[in-house]
Ligand binder design. Structure first.
Ligand SMILES: Nc1ncnc2c1ncn2[C@@H]1O[C@H](COP(=O)(O)OP(=O)(O)OP(=O)(O)O)[C@@H](O)[C@H]1O
Ligand SMILES: [Mg+2]
Length: 259
Protein backbone atom coordinates (compact mmCIF):
# COMPACT_ATOMS: atom_id res chain seq x y z
CA UNK A 1 0.00 0.00 0.00
CA UNK A 2 1.38 3.40 -0.94
CA UNK A 3 0.95 6.18 1.61
CA UNK A 4 0.50 9.68 0.18
CA UNK A 5 1.57 12.51 2.50
CA UNK A 6 1.27 16.18 1.55
CA UNK A 7 3.38 18.88 3.18
CA UNK A 8 1.15 21.95 3.39
CA UNK A 9 0.97 25.38 5.01
CA UNK A 10 -1.18 28.46 4.78
CA UNK A 11 1.65 30.98 4.72
CA UNK A 12 4.48 30.86 2.21
CA UNK A 13 8.16 30.64 3.05
CA UNK A 14 7.72 28.64 6.25
CA UNK A 15 9.77 25.63 5.07
CA UNK A 16 7.41 23.25 3.25
CA UNK A 17 9.90 22.46 0.49
CA UNK A 18 12.78 22.10 2.95
CA UNK A 19 10.65 19.74 5.04
CA UNK A 20 9.41 17.72 2.05
CA UNK A 21 12.93 17.25 0.63
CA UNK A 22 14.54 16.36 3.94
CA UNK A 23 11.72 14.14 5.15
CA UNK A 24 11.83 12.22 1.86
CA UNK A 25 15.63 11.98 1.97
CA UNK A 26 15.61 10.76 5.57
CA UNK A 27 12.92 8.14 4.81
CA UNK A 28 14.95 7.03 1.80
CA UNK A 29 18.12 6.78 3.90
CA UNK A 30 16.18 4.53 6.30
CA UNK A 31 15.78 2.13 3.35
CA UNK A 32 12.19 3.03 2.41
CA UNK A 33 10.94 3.37 -1.17
CA UNK A 34 10.04 7.05 -1.44
CA UNK A 35 8.99 9.37 -4.25
CA UNK A 36 9.06 13.15 -3.76
CA UNK A 37 6.62 15.12 -5.94
CA UNK A 38 6.77 18.87 -6.54
CA UNK A 39 3.11 19.84 -6.63
CA UNK A 40 3.86 23.53 -6.18
CA UNK A 41 2.97 24.09 -9.81
CA UNK A 42 3.16 27.88 -10.01
CA UNK A 43 6.35 28.39 -7.98
CA UNK A 44 8.14 25.03 -7.85
CA UNK A 45 11.43 24.92 -5.98
CA UNK A 46 12.43 21.27 -5.63
CA UNK A 47 14.41 21.26 -8.90
CA UNK A 48 16.10 24.50 -7.89
CA UNK A 49 16.92 23.22 -4.40
CA UNK A 50 18.30 19.93 -5.75
CA UNK A 51 20.25 21.42 -8.64
CA UNK A 52 18.21 20.34 -11.66
CA UNK A 53 16.02 23.16 -12.93
CA UNK A 54 15.64 21.75 -16.46
CA UNK A 55 14.43 18.21 -16.98
CA UNK A 56 13.26 16.56 -20.23
CA UNK A 57 9.87 15.62 -18.74
CA UNK A 58 8.27 17.41 -15.78
CA UNK A 59 5.04 17.11 -13.80
CA UNK A 60 3.64 19.83 -16.07
CA UNK A 61 4.01 17.52 -19.11
CA UNK A 62 2.08 14.90 -17.15
CA UNK A 63 -0.71 17.32 -16.21
CA UNK A 64 -1.01 18.49 -19.80
CA UNK A 65 -1.60 14.87 -20.81
CA UNK A 66 1.59 14.61 -22.88
CA UNK A 67 3.52 12.16 -20.69
CA UNK A 68 2.95 9.43 -18.13
CA UNK A 69 3.90 10.33 -14.55
CA UNK A 70 6.56 7.61 -14.45
CA UNK A 71 8.34 9.33 -17.37
CA UNK A 72 8.89 12.34 -15.07
CA UNK A 73 10.71 10.31 -12.40
CA UNK A 74 14.37 11.15 -11.73
CA UNK A 75 16.93 10.10 -9.15
CA UNK A 76 19.00 12.59 -7.15
CA UNK A 77 22.64 11.66 -6.52
CA UNK A 78 21.65 10.84 -2.92
CA UNK A 79 19.35 8.09 -4.27
CA UNK A 80 16.06 9.92 -3.73
CA UNK A 81 13.44 9.58 -6.49
CA UNK A 82 11.91 12.92 -7.48
CA UNK A 83 9.15 14.14 -9.80
CA UNK A 84 10.02 17.78 -10.45
CA UNK A 85 7.73 20.49 -11.79
CA UNK A 86 8.63 22.89 -14.58
CA UNK A 87 9.74 26.43 -13.72
CA UNK A 88 8.51 27.75 -17.09
CA UNK A 89 5.50 30.10 -17.15
CA UNK A 90 4.64 28.78 -20.61
CA UNK A 91 4.23 25.26 -19.21
CA UNK A 92 2.21 26.59 -16.27
CA UNK A 93 -0.36 28.05 -18.65
CA UNK A 94 -1.04 24.71 -20.33
CA UNK A 95 -2.05 22.71 -17.25
CA UNK A 96 -5.01 22.22 -14.93
CA UNK A 97 -4.00 21.76 -11.23
CA UNK A 98 -7.21 19.86 -10.51
CA UNK A 99 -5.80 16.89 -12.43
CA UNK A 100 -3.11 16.44 -9.78
CA UNK A 101 -5.19 13.99 -7.76
CA UNK A 102 -5.71 11.67 -10.74
CA UNK A 103 -2.05 11.63 -11.81
CA UNK A 104 -0.45 11.47 -8.36
CA UNK A 105 -2.66 8.49 -7.53
CA UNK A 106 -1.11 6.72 -10.55
CA UNK A 107 2.00 6.33 -8.36
CA UNK A 108 0.13 3.78 -6.24
CA UNK A 109 2.33 0.72 -5.95
CA UNK A 110 5.47 2.52 -7.18
CA UNK A 111 6.68 3.48 -3.69
CA UNK A 112 5.94 2.86 -0.05
CA UNK A 113 5.58 6.58 0.66
CA UNK A 114 4.92 9.50 -1.68
CA UNK A 115 5.77 12.91 -0.22
CA UNK A 116 4.06 15.82 -1.97
CA UNK A 117 5.29 19.41 -1.65
CA UNK A 118 2.34 21.77 -2.06
CA UNK A 119 1.85 25.43 -2.90
CA UNK A 120 1.00 27.89 -0.09
CA UNK A 121 -2.43 29.40 0.47
CA UNK A 122 -5.94 28.01 0.15
CA UNK A 123 -6.49 28.10 -3.60
CA UNK A 124 -6.99 25.42 -6.24
CA UNK A 125 -3.32 24.43 -6.34
CA UNK A 126 -2.78 23.52 -2.68
CA UNK A 127 -6.28 22.05 -2.50
CA UNK A 128 -5.51 19.73 -5.43
CA UNK A 129 -2.34 18.54 -3.67
CA UNK A 130 -4.27 17.98 -0.43
CA UNK A 131 -7.01 16.07 -2.25
CA UNK A 132 -4.38 13.85 -3.91
CA UNK A 133 -3.10 12.62 -0.53
CA UNK A 134 -4.34 10.64 2.48
CA UNK A 135 -2.50 12.50 5.23
CA UNK A 136 -1.32 16.06 5.76
CA UNK A 137 1.71 17.46 7.55
CA UNK A 138 1.23 21.11 8.37
CA UNK A 139 4.33 23.31 8.51
CA UNK A 140 4.33 26.57 10.43
CA UNK A 141 6.87 28.90 11.92
CA UNK A 142 6.40 29.94 15.56
CA UNK A 143 4.66 33.27 14.88
CA UNK A 144 1.02 34.34 14.91
CA UNK A 145 0.67 35.07 11.18
CA UNK A 146 1.95 31.66 10.18
CA UNK A 147 -0.05 29.82 12.85
CA UNK A 148 -3.24 31.70 11.87
CA UNK A 149 -2.78 30.67 8.25
CA UNK A 150 -1.98 27.09 9.32
CA UNK A 151 -5.37 27.00 11.06
CA UNK A 152 -7.09 27.88 7.78
CA UNK A 153 -5.25 25.05 6.00
CA UNK A 154 -6.28 22.63 8.75
CA UNK A 155 -9.93 23.68 8.33
CA UNK A 156 -9.63 23.15 4.57
CA UNK A 157 -8.20 19.66 5.17
CA UNK A 158 -11.01 18.85 7.60
CA UNK A 159 -13.61 19.93 5.03
CA UNK A 160 -12.13 17.30 2.73
CA UNK A 161 -11.87 14.64 5.45
CA UNK A 162 -8.09 14.54 5.34
CA UNK A 163 -6.17 13.28 8.34
CA UNK A 164 -3.72 15.77 9.87
CA UNK A 165 -0.68 13.71 10.78
CA UNK A 166 0.71 16.55 12.85
CA UNK A 167 2.27 20.00 12.97
CA UNK A 168 5.89 20.82 12.27
CA UNK A 169 7.19 24.00 13.79
CA UNK A 170 10.13 25.09 11.68
CA UNK A 171 12.86 27.73 12.16
CA UNK A 172 12.63 27.51 15.94
CA UNK A 173 15.04 29.87 17.68
CA UNK A 174 13.99 29.20 21.26
CA UNK A 175 14.02 32.90 22.09
CA UNK A 176 11.46 35.06 23.93
CA UNK A 177 9.85 36.36 20.77
CA UNK A 178 8.32 33.20 19.37
CA UNK A 179 5.18 31.25 20.22
CA UNK A 180 5.47 28.33 22.60
CA UNK A 181 4.72 24.80 21.35
CA UNK A 182 1.77 24.52 23.78
CA UNK A 183 0.17 27.72 22.41
CA UNK A 184 0.53 26.49 18.86
CA UNK A 185 -1.05 23.16 19.78
CA UNK A 186 -3.88 24.95 21.60
CA UNK A 187 -4.69 27.17 18.60
CA UNK A 188 -4.34 24.45 15.98
CA UNK A 189 -5.95 21.69 18.08
CA UNK A 190 -3.34 19.28 16.76
CA UNK A 191 -0.10 17.84 18.08
CA UNK A 192 3.28 19.34 17.26
CA UNK A 193 5.27 16.32 16.05
CA UNK A 194 8.56 18.11 15.32
CA UNK A 195 10.38 21.26 16.31
CA UNK A 196 13.01 21.98 13.67
CA UNK A 197 15.64 24.51 14.76
CA UNK A 198 16.50 27.57 12.73
CA UNK A 199 19.84 26.28 11.52
CA UNK A 200 22.29 27.97 9.16
CA UNK A 201 23.33 24.61 7.67
CA UNK A 202 19.94 24.57 5.87
CA UNK A 203 21.13 27.62 3.93
CA UNK A 204 24.53 26.00 3.38
CA UNK A 205 22.90 22.84 2.00
CA UNK A 206 20.78 24.99 -0.32
CA UNK A 207 23.98 26.50 -1.69
CA UNK A 208 25.35 22.97 -2.26
CA UNK A 209 22.01 21.97 -3.88
CA UNK A 210 21.57 19.02 -1.57
CA UNK A 211 19.28 18.15 1.36
CA UNK A 212 20.72 19.10 4.74
CA UNK A 213 20.07 15.54 5.99
CA UNK A 214 22.51 14.38 3.30
CA UNK A 215 25.22 17.06 3.33
CA UNK A 216 25.15 17.87 7.06
CA UNK A 217 23.54 14.78 8.64
CA UNK A 218 24.55 15.55 12.22
CA UNK A 219 23.39 19.16 12.51
CA UNK A 220 20.33 20.14 14.60
CA UNK A 221 18.02 20.66 11.60
CA UNK A 222 19.08 17.38 9.96
CA UNK A 223 18.54 15.46 13.19
CA UNK A 224 15.12 17.15 13.54
CA UNK A 225 14.10 15.93 10.07
CA UNK A 226 15.46 12.42 10.71
CA UNK A 227 13.48 12.22 13.97
CA UNK A 228 10.38 13.30 12.06
CA UNK A 229 10.97 10.54 9.49
CA UNK A 230 11.33 7.96 12.28
CA UNK A 231 8.12 9.28 13.85
CA UNK A 232 6.23 8.86 10.56
CA UNK A 233 7.45 5.26 10.36
CA UNK A 234 6.37 4.71 13.96
CA UNK A 235 9.97 3.97 14.93
CA UNK A 236 12.24 5.41 17.58
CA UNK A 237 15.11 7.50 16.22
CA UNK A 238 18.45 6.32 17.49
CA UNK A 239 21.16 8.91 17.05
CA UNK A 240 24.05 7.37 15.15
CA UNK A 241 27.60 7.96 16.26
CA UNK A 242 28.90 8.33 12.73
CA UNK A 243 31.85 10.65 12.47
CA UNK A 244 31.10 14.24 11.57
CA UNK A 245 31.65 15.14 7.92
CA UNK A 246 34.66 17.31 7.15
CA UNK A 247 34.34 20.17 4.65
CA UNK A 248 36.00 17.85 2.06
CA UNK A 249 33.35 15.16 2.74
CA UNK A 250 30.59 17.76 2.27
CA UNK A 251 32.04 18.95 -1.06
CA UNK A 252 32.60 15.37 -2.33
CA UNK A 253 29.01 14.48 -1.41
CA UNK A 254 27.68 17.58 -3.14
CA UNK A 255 29.32 16.55 -6.44
CA UNK A 256 28.31 12.92 -6.08
CA UNK A 257 31.79 11.52 -5.39
CA UNK A 258 30.95 10.28 -1.91
CA UNK A 259 27.86 8.32 -0.90
N1 LIG B 1 15.07 25.12 9.68
C1 LIG B 1 15.53 26.09 8.92
N2 LIG B 1 16.59 26.85 9.32
C2 LIG B 1 17.05 27.84 8.53
N3 LIG B 1 16.54 28.18 7.34
C3 LIG B 1 15.49 27.48 6.89
C4 LIG B 1 14.93 26.39 7.65
N4 LIG B 1 13.89 25.89 6.94
C5 LIG B 1 13.82 26.59 5.81
N5 LIG B 1 14.76 27.55 5.78
C6 LIG B 1 14.99 28.54 4.70
O1 LIG B 1 13.80 29.31 4.57
C7 LIG B 1 13.56 29.61 3.19
C8 LIG B 1 12.16 29.13 2.82
O2 LIG B 1 12.14 27.71 2.93
P1 LIG B 1 11.29 26.83 1.92
O3 LIG B 1 11.56 27.22 0.51
O4 LIG B 1 11.50 25.42 2.31
O5 LIG B 1 9.83 27.31 2.33
P2 LIG B 1 8.45 27.11 1.55
O6 LIG B 1 7.39 27.13 2.60
O7 LIG B 1 8.53 25.92 0.70
O8 LIG B 1 8.41 28.43 0.68
P3 LIG B 1 7.48 28.80 -0.60
O9 LIG B 1 6.19 29.31 -0.02
O10 LIG B 1 8.25 29.86 -1.31
O11 LIG B 1 7.28 27.55 -1.40
C9 LIG B 1 14.68 28.93 2.39
O12 LIG B 1 15.67 29.89 2.13
C10 LIG B 1 15.19 27.87 3.35
O13 LIG B 1 16.56 27.57 3.13
MG1 LIG C 1 8.20 25.72 -1.35
Amino acid sequence: MTKFIVVASGKGGVGRTTTAINLATALNSFGREVILVDANLSTPHIGIYLGSTKVPVSLHDVLSGEKHIKEALYQHRNGLKVIPASISIKNLKKIKPNLLEKYIQELTGSAEIVIVDSAAGLGEEPLSAIKACDEVIIVTTPDLASVTDALKTIKLCEEHNKKIFGIIVNKVKKDDFEMAKENIEFILENTVIALIPDDDTVRQSLYLKTPVTYSHPNTPAAIGFKKLAANILGEKYVESIEKKDTMLDIILKSIGLKP
